[in-house]
Ligand binder design. Structure first.
Ligand code: CAO
Length: 555
């Protein structure tokens, strides 16, 4: 047993690369070459394989860290007694200036006519050393003839069995031609195209100094044990073998080039959700853009009913109802579609709480019935609705926490100094909610008259858009229809809605005996982002008290 320190290997000159994935944890048993972490530089992502088989003792980097060659990744307990220590601890070999130059420029340029500083010349670009990999796919062409490129800009993306790598431009210049196309297979030394560069003395030297023997040649990646700790002889090829090999061993279930992966991360897209259309099911930038477009479209339309918009709710499955029996499909009315979209939006966006209580409206009903004849003489029907409107208006004044809207900026609450109340009306075309303005300033007859008028207009389809705007609160009364209770959906941006069900006579204990009382079931739904439970409790209690004794409305 021996404890070994694992360090970041040669990154081919790259420095401060991002740790994008930790693939093992302390306690894991790994085989030699198993991936430990994945790092990503500007041009490629790569696995860092374990140099030993053994048990991971610790991992000292985290996702998001930046690491360079020689940085400690962690510790591993190996079977062998220190025999491999050397390879882990070996100082990175000193690089000759040749090597450094070669590493800085992974793409070889050849055949360029040397010329004096400032002169234009054309240089061939060839596929760099691929660390022994052969016949890799050209999966993306990043430039076209005429494009200006800077040194390091991606020219093409290649992909081997397990990873992809960008081929960066060795120098700045203008692309004259590209000799490959997507889907081609290339090997080290193959022609990639021609670049027109403005030569300088330095550039000339750099090209000239690269002897022909240094051209990438196929060679087996040396086994780690064979890697000399120091070497006086510059290796035949830039010490890219390991780096490129590792580039080509990125463990990724989804095939995508580093540029695509980077873009996906920037956009917050999980790559395996994107439908790949590239060769070998590779995700391309176009696929990513198509995916984003589709998501934006979905979230903007949310489908006909606005369901699932942007919150990851799976779409309802399509069902062929005809297979179960005869059916007909009829178009939804405009109002129905609008209501459906609004209901779904409000249901999904507003955290609802519904509070229940029963108001004892025995006295109110006695009073209402006693006033019915007089009301009829005035041409109005005095139903419980005007009383509910008046009581809700008083409650909104008494508990102004309900007379608010949440500002879209998420930073403000809008407090309203007016009391307009919406009244849900059931019409043949669907649900409509006309708004009665300044309810707190109107008398019961006036409210009764206006409520009837609005309900009539709604049923006749004569409401104007303004008649349905500006409510602070809504009352939805199903009292004439039935039911003992329901939970209404808040009509945002309002923050509260009162659902009224059918009154019924109930035995109520008065301290001495049970007495029959006319009890009105109330359900108050509210937006819990704007209203606290205690505010809702006070609002409901106020409402119940006022409906229990309408004389309170005079106070
Ligand atoms: N309990 C018992 N009876 C009630 C009652 C209640 N809570 N509320 C009303 N009634 C009675 C009325 O008193 C009236 O009887 P009388 O003529 O004997 O007094 C009768 O029911 C019919 O009332 P109405 O429906 O004509 O008038 P209204 O003022 O009660 O309601 C309106 C008006 C527009 C609210 C109602 O017609 C309506 O459309 N309600 C449906 C609202 C709706 O669809 N809500 C659901 C929205 S979410 O899907």
């Amino acid at each position: 047993m021996a404890k070994q320190v694992i360090k970041v290997p040669d990154l081919g000159g790259a420095d401060q690369v991002d740790v994008i994935e930790i693939t093992v944890a302390a306690g894991d048993t790994v085989a030699e070459e198993d991936s430990l972490i994945v790092v990503e530089g500007d041009k490629a992502s790569m696995d860092v394989p374990s140099p030993y088989a053994g048990k991971i003792l610790s991992i000292s980097v985290s996702e998001g860290d930046k690491v360079s060659e020689g940085d400690v990744i962690g510790e591993i307990e190996t079977e062998a007694e220190g025999e491999e220590e050397e390879k882990a601890e070996a100082e990175p070999e000193e690089k000759t200036s040749e090597q450094e130059k070669a590493e800085e420029k992974p793409v070889e340029t050849t055949g360029g006519e040397t010329s004096e500083a400032g002169e234009e010349k054309e240089e061939s670009i060839t596929v760099p050393d691929l660390g022994g990999a052969d016949q890799v796919d050209v999966i993306e062409i990043c430039v076209k003839p005429g494009d200006e490129v800077a040194e390091g800009d991606s020219l093409v993306v290649l992909e081997g069995d397990k990873a992809s790598m960008d081929v960066p431009s060795p120098t700045s210049g203008t692309v004259v031609s590209i000799a490959v196309k997507e889907g081609d297979k290339v090997s080290a030394g193959d022609d990639l195209g021609v670049l027109k560069v403005v030569s300088s003395g330095a550039a000339k030297q750099s090209v000239e100094e690269k002897p022909a023997e240094e051209k990438p040649k196929e060679k087996e990646a040396p086994a780690k044990e064979e890697k000399p700790a120091e070497t006086a002889e510059p290796p035949a090829a830039p010490q890219k073998d390991h780096q490129v090999e590792r580039d080509l061993t990125v463990s990724a279930e989804v095939y995508a080039g580093p540029a695509v992966r980077k873009l996906a991360r920037e956009l917050g897209v999980t790559l395996n959700k994107v439908k790949p259309t590239g060769p070998r099911s590779r995700v391309t930038k176009d696929d990513l853009h198509a995916y984003i477009k589709e998501q934006v479209k979905k979230s903007e339309s949310g489908g006909a009913l606005g369901v699932g918009a942007g919150i990851g709710i799976a779409k309802m499955p399509e069902v062929d109802f005809g297979q179960f029996g005869p059916v007909t499909a009829e178009p939804m009315s405009k109002i129905h579609k609008l209501t459906a979209a609004n209901m779904a939006r409000n249901w999904l966006n507003v955290p609802h709480v519904t509070q229940f209580d029963d108001a004892d409206i025995t006295e109110l009903e006695e009073f209402r019935k006693s006033m019915k004849a007089e009301a009829e003489k005035r041409g109005v029907r005095l139903t419980p609705v005007p009383f509910l409107l008046k009581a809700a208006a008083a409650a909104l004044r008494a508990e102004p926490s309900f007379n608010v809207s949440l500002h879209n900026d998420g930073e403000h609450i809008v407090r309203k100094d007016y009391v307009h109340i919406g009244m849900a009306v059931d019409t043949p075309k669907g649900l409509m909610v006309p708004v009665i303005r300044d309810v707190d300033r109107k008398g019961l007859y006036e409210l009764a008259e206006e409520a009837s008028e609005m309900a009539l207009k709604a049923r006749d389809g004569k409401l104007k858009p303004r008649d349905m705007q500006g409510a602070c609160f809504t009352i939805s009364s199903l009292g004439a229809i039935g039911g003992t209770g329901f939970t209404p959906i808040v009509n945002a941006p309002e923050v509260g809605i009162l659902g009224v069900s059918k009154l019924s006579v109930q035995p109520v204990w008065n301290g001495k005996e049970f007495v029959p009382r006319q009890m009105l079931p109330l359900a108050l739904s509210y937006d819990h982002r704007a209203v606290n439970g205690s505010d809702a409790g006070r609002f409901m209690t106020y409402l119940v008290n006022v409906l229990g004794d309408v004389r309170r409305l005079l106070l």
